[in-house]
Design a binder for this molecule. Structure first.
Ligand SMILES: Cc1cc2nc3c(=O)[nH]c(=O)nc-3n(C[C@H](O)[C@H](O)[C@H](O)COP(=O)(O)OP(=O)(O)OC[C@H]3O[C@@H](n4cnc5c(N)ncnc54)[C@H](O)[C@@H]3O)c2cc1C
Length: 165
């Protein structure tokens, strides 16, 4: 089955029910950061550990600074160092492996694929496997393969992921 929205004019009116505005993560991140006070984010503070102290928490960072907080919200990603303070349940592998790659300056490095995406995304699904091609605002293409693989397949497959070719 083949489905395309390639010939549809993108909806410009963002208040329309079916409007689906998209934004790359980078620019969205910049937009959100720009809305904060300069001092709200303390950069270069690699979180190491936290300790209960009084009614709150004392946080310790790699650069030997500390901070005291009433509430800690962990936003350090899937491998959060805060997880162990909340639960004994460890993460499990979902069974799905995603390999991601980027082609910078795609208009000259992968002109045919760049044209195919037409500024959007291409998805192909077959037999539990998916390949995705996605155009980014700054002119790169990112691609993913999504497949069901055994745990640690990335290491055991024998594929040399440092070999770009
Ligand atoms: C290939 C791929 C494709 C995806 N596609 C989509 C999609 O199309 N749509 C969608 O909705 N989601 C998608 N996701 C999921 C989405 O990206 C994640 O769910 C989301 O980024 C998680 O956000 P987060 O803020 O929890 O963590 P992250 O984005 O991982 O942010 C964690 C931040 O914490 C920092 N950090 C880590 N350790 C420390 C530490 N000790 N101290 C201080 N800082 C630390 C990291 O540097 C990072 O900046 C995709 C994910 C992947 C991998």
């Amino acid at each position: 089955m083949h489905y395309t929205e390639q010939n549809q004019t993108p909806l410009q009116d963002l208040d329309k029910t079916h409007a689906r505005p998209e934004i790359d993560r980078g620019p969205l991140r910049d937009l959100l950061i720009a809305s904060l006070y300069d001092t709200t984010i303390v950069w270069n503070s690699n979180f190491l550990e936290l300790h209960k102290e009084g009614k709150g928490w004392n946080l310790i960072f790699e650069n030997e600074t500390t901070a005291y907080a009433d509430i800690v919200i962990a936003a350090d990603g899937a491998n959060t160092k805060v997880r162990k303070y909340i639960t004994n349940t460890s993460r499990i592998y979902s069974g799905v492996t995603i390999i991601e790659g980027n082609i910078y300056n795609a208009v000259s490095n992968a002109p045919n694929l760049w044209k195919l995406t037409n500024g959007g995304k291409v998805f192909a699904h077959w037999n539990g496997k998916t390949i995705v091609l996605s155009a980014k605002g700054e002119g790169s293409l990112s691609f993913y393969t999504i497949t069901r693989e055994p745990d640690l397949w990335v290491k055991s497959s024998g594929i040399d992921f440092t070999d770009k070719a």
